[in-house]
Design a protein. Structure first.
Length: 126
């Protein structure tokens, strides 16, 4: 899992670097550097996350690394939007808002299912 997801992070970073304004890809030496950085970021993240220490400093480091990775992921998701023509910004923004609302509904449903299952497990304990 460590290497597989790190490879995925490397490929994601490399593809974002190689993306051109006309939505084609141009691979260069910078693409290889981006691949290495993406791989390294995810590899270090998993090493931090799986560290066996339970100290408060390690917990803060895990939270900080997770927040940083979330920001990097959001940036990587939104980065291609800079290539969108200005007359399409409204439609793209509407689509993103609808997608966020749909994800919020899914998250709410998952949380309700978790609470239901936790309550059911407590009720059925011997």
């Amino acid at each position: 899992m460590l290497f597989g997801s790190s490879l995925a992070g490397g490929f994601a970073a490399a593809s974002l670097q190689a993306l051109q304004p006309n939505f084609s890809f141009r691979v260069s030496a910078k693409t290889l550097v981006a691949f290495g950085l993406g791989f390294l970021v995810l590899y270090c993240y998993w090493r931090i996350l799986f560290h066996p220490s339970v100290s408060s400093g390690q917990k803060r480091l895990r939270m900080g690394a997770s927040a940083l990775l979330a920001i990097i992921g959001l940036t990587g998701f939104l980065y291609p939007l800079r290539f969108i023509a200005p007359n399409n910004h409204g439609e793209v923004a509407a689509g993103l808002v609808i997608a966020c609302l749909a994800l919020a509904v899914v998250i709410a449903l998952l949380l309700m299912c978790k609470r239901f299952l936790d309550a059911d497990a407590r009720k059925n304990e011997p």
